[in-house]
Each structure stands twice: as C-alpha cells, then as structure tokens.
Design a protein around this ligand. Sequence first.
Ligand code: DGL
Length: 265
Amino acid sequence: MNAAAPLLLFDSGVGGLSVLAEVRKSIPQAPIVYVADNGGYPYGTKSEAEIAARVPALLGRLAERFQPRLIVIACNTASTIALAVVRAALDLPIVGTVPAIKPAALASKTRVIGVLGTQATVRQPYVDRLAVEFAGDCIVLRHGSARLVEIAEAKLRGIAPDLDEVRAELDALLVQAEGERMDQCVLACTHFPLLSDEMHAVAPPGLQFVDSGAGIARRVRFLTQGQPWPETPLPGRAILTHESADMVAIAPSLSQFGLYQISLL
Ligand code: DGL
C-alpha cells in the first residue's frame, strides 16, 4: 500500500464534508480527495434510474484517476440507490452512508423516530429494510427535503440560513400522526449535519439528532488499520465535476475542512 494513496469521499455537493470532518478527526494524517459532483447536483430530486446511471460510472472514472485506497460514498441518496452496484463494479473497499435508523431506535424512549433525508432517500426500499430490521417496534416518520440541501449549500457559501425555513422542514415531521412524540431525528442526508446549530435552535426540547458520520469514520479506520500514511500531512484536494462560478465563494469553507486545492475533474 502506497502511503500517499488517498481516501476518496464523494457527494453531490458539500454534504460529504460533514462525513469528512469525522474522518479527519479519526485519521488526521489521511490524504483526502473530496469529490463534489456539482454537475449532477442535486441528487435528491432525481430518479433512481438517473442516480444508478450516473454514480457507478463516475466512481469508476474517479477510482482510475485518483487510485484511492478506499472510497466513501458520503451521500445517502447515492448509497441507498447505488451502493451494491458500485461495490460489484470496483475492486476496492467502498463505505456507504445510510440513514442511522439503528442508533436512533436504540436511543429512542418514545419509540417514535423521524427520518429527514432527500425525497429520493426517504422513498428507498433500503430505508424500509432498515426500519423493519432495526426499528420494528417504532413508528418511523419520514420527510424528504430539497430545501434543506439548498440551505446547507448556501450556508457554506456564506449565506446565513433562515431559521423559519429550517423550522418548517422539521415541522413536516412533527405534524405527522404521533410526530409530537418523536424523540430521535435521523439526519439522513449528509448536508443536514452542516445545519446542526440551526436544527438544534428550532427543535422542541428533548428532540435529539443522529447521523452516520462518526460510524463511518470508525468503519474507515477499521478498514485501513495497519496501513501506512504519509509522515507529513498532504493538503486535501477538492474536485468538482463541473465548472462553476461560485468556486471562489466555496473556497473558504473547503479550506476549513482541510481542502486547500480546488480543481475540475
Ligand atoms: N448529500 C446528499 C445525501 O446525503 C444528497 C443531496 C442532494 O444532492 O440532493 O443524500
């Protein structure tokens, strides 16, 4: 194993940075290639067929180009639709991001949990299976929000979130039958932990949020145990799939996550 071989994290946009933050805490010396498929963004409003056609092909290209030691699909939408196909096609470890329904169900006292994801994620059979397997005795409420994804993208470009808009998306779970009893809310889109402060600010007392970031970091650490890392850390790289005018606006946020070079695929 080449010590410089990177971990490649992949999302439609900035959402995967919430996963990257956890991975960097766990393996600070890991070389990082972070890929935002801004040319395909947003994923959450696309069809299963569109995601299934785009993501495996793009990851194949990225694997060839960057020779990563491991890929993290830091996107619930892409993972719940395409994880199995990507794993079958590529000969390297692929870590997916799927809704943290299991930890939410373990922590819930009221047995009512919410799943806040993209529209595409919350309708996936993968989520049905997680709910049956790990939360069989819970009421599992779901809401798909495209607006929260946009708000998170804007926040990382310096535009402050409107708390009323964030509250409205959370309310879409709370107003459902038994919603007022919900005590765990799964942030089932990697963009949403980037709005953690805002979510906490508008949440009713006692509601807790759960996401998959720390679990993914543990998994990556386990899968790379014993592998060499560079002695002096390499600067992280951000790769975009599409030329965009707001590359300048996003640069300060990317550097906060250790990504100092931005380039086009
Ligand atoms: N961050 C992504 C997820 O976890 C998708 C956001 C989008 O492109 O709609 O689902």
